[in-house]
Write a protein that binds this ligand. Structure first.
Ligand SMILES: [Fe+2]
Length: 160
């Protein structure tokens, strides 16, 4: 078996594709990396980076002529940009929703009144009531800030 020379490609859009093996590429978009695994009949793109899906799609097409399936490791916005260029992505069901729990009492006197999920272009709000659990479930969106409002202490950003 002969060792093949590994190739590195840099695109005008700032992608750096580094060949790790004969069939595996690491694609760095300047912030995060995604990976392309090329099989005999098909290829798997693992994550799609921050944005610039058109440029990523063009780069992937230059690396393989096999049909490409996109799979997400998770759904943070820096891993799912430009997904529309690759068809319906595969995703573990645990990644469908974002589940928030807040360590805070929920008595009639002192409770979390609402939890808000702030995405890049929308806000989802879940109203909570005393005696409920301080928890909420949101569909995943691009961008993520979680805000909570307590009837005594006001609004704050939840960091967990
Ligand atoms: Fe509070």
């Amino acid at each position: 078996m002969t060792e093949s020379k590994k190739v590195t490609l840099t695109t005008p859009e700032g992608f750096v594709a580094s060949q790790l093996t004969d069939t595996i590429w690491s694609i760095d978009d300047g912030m995060v990396r995604c990976f392309l695994v090329v099989g005999s009949d098909a290829a798997l793109l693992i994550d799609s980076g921050v944005t610039r899906g058109s440029a990523l799609s063009h780069l992937v097409s230059s690396l393989t002529n096999k049909p490409v399936t996109l799979v997400f490791t998770h759904t943070d916005g820096d891993h799912t940009g430009g997904q529309e260029f690759f068809g319906t992505p595969l995703l573990h069901p645990a990644e469908y929703d974002y589940y928030v729990t807040i360590d805070h009492e929920m008595t009639k006197e002192h409770y979390i009144s609402f939890v808000a999920y702030v995405g890049w272009d929308r806000v989802l709000l879940v109203k909570l009531y005393p005696e409920w659990k301080a928890e909420a479930r949101f569909p995943r969106m691009q961008g993520r800030r979680i805000l909570a409002y307590c009837n005594k202490h006001g609004l704050w950003e939840e960091r967990s």
